[in-house]
Design a protein around this ligand. Structure first.
Ligand SMILES: Cc1ncc(COP(=O)(O)O)c(C=O)c1O
Length: 443
């Protein structure tokens, strides 16, 4: 197969006629609830581009929502997964196990923060990993309550919908939700009423006060938090907030769970985002970037907590599928070989530099934030902090039309987020930023 050319190339309007035909088939065959951000149908992808059925080549600032950090069809992922496909595709690890699963567990036990003894259990999706982290924490603590945060996102299953903050589109009409879930404030500096400088201290005090008064710390099994809130708007909690919450958890026998499903595996310029403030979580949930695009998820954590659940209490038919495990080993090999943490930090440098210059020119940009290859701009009504969802949607549309895949997020729908594959070339990165700048002049 020919090498995928690392260039943006538009030969039709976006979406092109063949994509439009396929979209009509999608509408007739797939339910409305499965939304599509940009209806171009992909035939090949790799490096920093996606090629579509009409022969267009688009720049990828989405990575399939933070998944293809090593790029699509990364060499080591394809090599290892292909070899595994030829050997065997499934036995069910719970029936007759295989080495790949154990090797992924060993790698995760080593790569995640903390040098204590650890265990890892594998699953298929991020939501499943979060559900299992809660099961494990409940089994260990013999408590039931789970504390989560404003702006948090943890998935679309019943329990993870309950853990998720935003109603529309994730929860609307899908209740009732799982009980014993309590939500407390997140240190969102940009929107903290008394100012960003007071945010960490005040938000932590409020969160701890609410837990203590409304739930009772002794009833809390787990505190589940994203070190950077992803779907909620790439909100990096004000510095000092996470350590305070982690300390509170430790002092009260609560399992501290870092949901690193979006932030993990080099995305933020470190193996895991919680390393930034030296947090050592009791449990850590991972998925997305773990296996170069194959479905795999994990819960990794302290041996004594992970071993609390009785034999047969955890698992699932496909959890830790051998092909997905082989892909994960290929993805981790690529991350180490190419030093994707360094690449993520370089992406941050380039993106933040240019976006901050744009912020000076365009007062619709309220804040530029994020870490590594997880960067966002929050858009506001000029001169205010009022969320500007209309400008965000218009900007995303303008980028799409020019062949740049970007995603939106945020509790108020006013955040444009950028998650390029960490292997993207710097030329493409800059070309994508040119498109954003040009779109800003028009919006
Ligand atoms: C932080 C976080 N947790 C959990 C999930 C759910 O993962 P999945 O879609 O694989 O179920 C996501 C997905 O976006 C996420 O970003």
């Amino acid at each position: 197969m020919t090498e995928l050319s690392q260039e943006r190339r538009l030969v039709t309007s976006i979406p092109g006629p063949k994509s439009q035909e396929l979209m009509a088939r999608k509408v007739a065959a797939v339910p409305n609830g499965i939304g599509v951000t940009l209806p171009v149908f992909v035939t090949r992808a790799g490096g920093g581009v996606l090629e579509d059925v009409d022969g267009n080549s688009l720049i990828d600032f989405g990575s399939g929502i933070a998944v293809t950090s090593v790029g699509n069809s990364a060499e080591a992922v394809v090599r290892r997964a292909t070899a595994q496909l030829a050997d065997f595709t499934h036995t069910c690890f719970m029936v007759t196990p295989y080495e790949g699963y154990v090797e992924v567990a060993e790698q995760l036990n080593e790569l995640t923060p903390g040098d204590h003894e650890k265990r890892t259990a594998l699953f298929n999706s991020g939501a499943e990993a979060v559900e299992n982290a809660v099961k494990i924490a409940r089994s260990y603590t013999k408590r039931t309550a789970v504390v989560v945060f404003d702006h948090g996102y943890h998935g679309r299953t019943n329990l993870t919908m309950a853990l998720t903050a935003k109603n529309m589109p994730y929860k609307e009409g899908f209740g009732p939700f799982a009980p014993e879930v309590y939500r407390v404030p997140l240190a969102y500096g940009y929107r903290w009423l008394t100012g960003a400088e007071n945010c960490a201290e005040e938000a932590a005090a409020q969160a701890i006060d609410m837990i203590t008064k409304q739930v009772g710390a002794e009833n809390v099994a787990a505190i589940v938090i994203e070190p950077i809130a992803g779907e909620g708007g790439f909100i990096e909690p004000a510095k000092g907030f996470l350590p305070k919450i982690a300390e509170f958890a430790k002092a009260n026998g609560i399992v501290f769970v870092a949901d690193e499903i979006q932030t993990g595996f080099c995305r933020t310029g470190q193996w895991f985002a919680c390393e930034d403030e030296g947090i050592v979580p009791d449990l850590i949930t991972t998925a997305k970037g773990i296996a170069g695009g194959l479905p795999l998820a994990a819960v990794t954590g302290r041996a004594e907590i992970m071993d609390a659940a009785h034999a047969g209490g955890l698992g699932g038919t496909y959890g830790g599928n051998p092909v997905a495990c082989a892909a994960a080993l290929g993805a981790i090999e690529t991350m180490k070989e190419l030093d994707l943490n360094a690449r993520a930090r370089r992406i941050e440098e380039v993106m933040k530099g240019r976006l901050r210059t744009m912020q000076e020119k365009f007062d619709v940009i309220g804040e530029v934030r994020g870490r590594g290859g997880m960067i966002a701009v929050e858009l506001v009504e000029p001169g205010t902090t009022t969320p500007n969802a209309a400008a965000t949607a218009a900007l995303a549309k303008a980028c799409h039309a020019e062949g740049l895949v970007v995603l939106t997020c945020g509790t108020y729908g006013n955040v444009l987020r950028f998650l390029p594959p960490l292997v993207i070339g710097e030329d493409l990165l800059n070309e994508g930023l040119d498109i954003i700048e040009e779109a800003l002049t028009r919006v």
